[in-house]
Design a protein around this ligand. Sequence first.
Ligand SMILES: [Zn+2]
Length: 469
Amino acid sequence: MEDDFRVLTLLRPLCLVASLAAVCAANAQSFGGWSARRLADAAASLHLLPPEERWARQTELVARYSVDQAWPLTEGQGDGAPKPRVKVVDSSTPIHVESGELVVPMHFYPQMMAMALLVGHDVAVDAGEEIPVAAPLLFRPFAERKLLGIHPSAGGLFDPEQFLHAAGLAFAALCGPSAPDCQRSQGMAVLCSSIFVVAHEATHVRRKHQPRVGGTYPIAEELQADDGAIRALLKYVENLRSEGEANSEVERTSCLASPAVFFELNRRRAPGEVAKKEYQQRTEAVLAALGSERAAVEDLLVLETESTGLGKLEVRWTGTPELVVIDGVPVEAADIGRLVLSAGRHRIVASGLGGLVVSEVRIHAGRTTRVATDLEPFASAAAGDVASLLEKRQWTDVLLATSNPSLRPKSPVLAVPHWNALRALGLGAWVDQRDLVHATGRDARNAKRWQASGKPLSAWDLDLVSATD
Ligand SMILES: [Zn+2]
């Protein structure tokens, strides 16, 4: 599959929760000879292993299952070598075939899982299932579309250095039992993305393609391998349906969307124009092969809001802000003009030596909204006054009365009202660890929770923005 897969070392939090057993339990059905029970039992037996070993064994299980599915499904793609054996390795080499073996990096399964959680989530939301999602996910430029879209940071699923943010994103997208369609959808996505990748390699084997140095193939052979893989996936879905399984629209779409999403993520992070073009070509080819299922899959790839489109913002400041936060996400004041925002309301908080300002700005579609903003000087208020502002929920005034220029509490006794204001204004992430000593009991626990849950899951993605210009 070329350089699509790299070893990730930061998957621990994701994998602890998103266990294979949970996904399999959500798909209580038979899979062409492998019963769900067998897969789930095998996965459950791995639970007590240390994480590194567990990933390797989960990867081995999913890879074996995928080869057993993919090999017969790629029949007719050529008369090449015999079915490859599975070998899981602790290495960053992308999945590939070598001397009759399918060599699979041990992080293959958690990586497929991370992507599948996003795909499965989006498909289920698109189908109308109500799914609670941490607020920051919806605050990015595509806020009014109730889908993750392809969230800018999702590309980081494949980049170790960016993975923490992306893992947070996938983690937030993990659906629990209260969203059963989403759970099933995520389960299908993880199996189907694995089968697609393995079927791609199986097609290279059947067609006797010879990799170049570095494990890459000419684009014509990649397209052939993709073609074999997408046909295999369509047959896989058809087989499940004829067994009376996985026959909901959500499960089918989720299964068939994985290849296109995978290529699209790779296209957006590909370094050069040639590589981007090739991924574009591969995305189009797998979409074209989907026939009547194409429209449902394409919905996931479109970057636009459901409502009234996108606009830009220009802010003229009086006073120099040191910190600017839009919708809970920090941004350099100089970069604001480059952001693309969804039409509608956005909250800007800026602070500096001259004071702070909290303003709601309405962005209009298709044009640049210009606003002039003054920092309001910090105010001093007696403790009683602060209590009364708190009572009246005048959050901006509470913040003005309790903050210093770094947006930290002006004094220990003002810490709790300060945190309340931060939370109410979508700035929970700005609760400073060092100030937690000023509170005990419930106040301290709340502050800690607000800080953790208020963290933005990714930065504004200016590269993506300039690409849409
Ligand atoms: Zn390939």
